[in-house]
Design a protein around this ligand. Sequence first.
Ligand code: APR
Length: 184
Amino acid sequence: MEATVNRTVIRLVQGDITRQATDAIVNAANSGLMGGGGVDGAIHRAGGPAILEECRRIRDEIGRLPAGKAIITTGGNLKAKYVIHTVGPVWHGGTKQEAETLASAHIESLKLAAEKGLRSVSFPAISTGAYGYPAELAAKVALQAAVDFVGVNTNLKEVNFVLFDSPTYRIYADMFSQITQKSN
Ligand code: APR
């Protein structure tokens, strides 16, 4: 599924983000930046040690990466040239600014990609796994943040959302239809 918003194609696909050939892929990391499970584990496994080494250097420089912020490293052995590591919010029932933090994680990642002059970036469903963010709510925040960003920033040509399983794909696709119909 895809739609053109301003000058950018926003596309939803079901698949494995480590296989994407976009200039950058976004990692759903944790503040410690030393890897983990889920998509974090998959990206480090597929990308190799160069990614972790750069994460370690950045971690030594800046300390823990706060939720909602993002950093960029090499893509190592991945098809993607870069990995943008961002930390989504842990879901606490929606009472702890989770939506704002999730939106910030997407906007900070898109800003980094645009500043780096990248043309394409792929996102996973940040926070909807171990961090427990309900996918329906996360989809609305994530997709609206991307639509709003590309509505005013034309650097990026493609923004992909790569959903690992079909239930998550369907949730994001339904939400994307609602958002793009509204903005037409
Ligand atoms: N490609 C695309 N999406 C994937 C992949 C993959 N290879 N592997 C997992 N996912 C999906 C999950 O199915 C889920 O929909 O990524 C989404 C996010 O799930 P998590 O990876 O658990 O990320 P998150 O919920 O943000 O939790 C982050 O988990 O792995 C640790 O170190 C990480 O502490 C951090 C926390």
